[in-house]
Ligand binder design. Structure first.
Ligand SMILES: [Zn+2]
Length: 279
C-alpha cells in the first residue's frame, strides 16, 4: 500500500490530466490546436475563468451550467476528469511512485481519450495511436517498465495481427473489416504491454465485443439499421455503449511492468469486425 500522500498527488495529477484530456477529445477530431486558445464555453464562447475550470469541482459548484450564459455543461467533462483521477490514484495505490505506475497511468489516459473520440467520431487520431506507440517504446527504456525488446515485439505483433485480421476479414466479407486506427492502436497497446499483453488484449477485446455486440445485433437486427442512420442520430445511440465496452476492457486488468499478464483490452475492437474503416 502506497503512502496516502503519493496517492493524493497522483489523484490531483490525474484530475489535471483529465481536464487536458477534455480539451483533446473536443479539439483533436476537428484538427484544432489543443494548446490554444484557452478553454471557452461551447455555447457563448466566453473564456472560462480558472476557478470555473477546476476538475470535477467547478462542474458541481456551477451546477453543470456556464457562469456567463447558463448553457448546460455536459456530464462528460467531470466524468472524464474523475476517471483519469481515479486511474492515476489507483496506479499510485498499486505501484506507489514508480515507472510502472506512470506507465499504467499514461496507457489508461491514452485509451480513455481514444475510447471517447472513437465513440463520438469513429476515428482514432494518429497523435494518440502512433504518438502513444512512441511513448510506450520510450517508456520501455526506463527500468521497471516493459523491457525494450518486449515493447518492440509487442508493437509489431499487435500491429501485424490486427492487420492480418483486417485483411482476412476484408477477403471474407468483401468489404473493409477493420479500421486502420484499430491496427495502429494495437501497436500502441503492444508497445506498452509486450507480446503477451497484446495477445491477451486482442482476445479479451474480441470476447468483450462478441458479448456486447452479439446480443445487440441478434436482439433486433438494429446494428445494421443503426449503421445506416444519419450520423447525427447514430451518434446519439452508440457512443455510450461503445465507450463502455472499451473502458470495461481497459480497466480489466492492467499490470504495468509485468508485461504478459496485463490485459488492457481496451481493444474491444471486437466491436465487430465489419463496422468501420478509417485508414
Ligand atoms: Zn456560456
Amino acid at each position: 500500500m502506497a503512502d496516502p500522500a503519493i496517492i493524493g498527488v497522483a489523484v490531483l495529477l490525474g484530475a489535471a490530466v483529465g481536464s487536458f484530456l477534455n480539451v483533446c477529445v473536443t479539439r483533436m477530431p476537428t484538427g484544432d490546436s489543443v494548446l490554444r486558445p484557452r478553454s471557452r464555453c461551447p455555447s457563448c464562447h466566453a473564456p472560462i475563468r480558472w476557478r470555473d475550470n477546476l476538475p470535477v469541482l467547478s462542474w458541481i459548484f456551477l451546477r453543470a451550467r456556464c457562469r456567463d450564459c447558463g448553457g448546460r455543461i455536459s456530464w462528460r467533462y467531470p466524468a472524464i476528469e474523475l476517471a483519469a483521477a481515479l486511474a492515476w490514484g489507483g496506479m499510485a495505490w498499486l505501484y506507489s511512485a514508480s515507472v510502472a505506475a506512470l506507465t499504467g497511468a499514461v496507457l489508461f489516459t491514452l485509451l480513455l481519450a481514444i475510447a471517447v473520440i472513437d465513440a463520438r467520431h469513429y476515428v482514432i487520431p494518429d497523435t494518440l495511436s502512433l504518438g502513444g506507440c512512441a511513448a510506450g517504446l520510450a517508456l520501455s527504456a526506463l527500468p521497471g517498465s516493459t523491457p525494450p525488446l518486449a515493447a518492440i515485439t509487442g508493437a509489431v505483433l499487435g500491429f501485424g495481427l490486427l492487420y492480418l485480421v483486417g485483411w482476412l476479414g476484408e477477403k471474407a466479407l468483401r468489404k473493409p473489416a477493420l479500421g486502420g486506427g484499430d491496427v495502429k492502436m494495437m501497436a500502441m497497446v503492444g508497445a506498452f504491454l509486450g507480446p503477451g499483453g497484446a495477445l491477451l488484449t486482442i482476445f479479451l477485446g474480441s470476447l468483450a465485443g462478441s458479448l456486447v455486440y452479439g446480443p445487440v445485433s441478434l436482439r433486433d437486427g438494429k446494428a445494421r439499421a443503426v449503421r445506416d442512420l444519419p450520423r447525427a442520430r447514430r451518434d446519439r445511440r452508440i457512443p455510450v455503449r461503445r465507450a463502455a465496452v472499451r473502458l470495461v476492457s481497459a480497466l480489466a486488468c492492467r499490470r504495468p511492468g509485468r508485461g504478459a499478464d496485463a490485459g488492457t483490452a481496451l481493444a474491444a475492437r471486437g466491436k465487430a469486425v465489419g463496422q468501420r474503416r478509417e485508414w
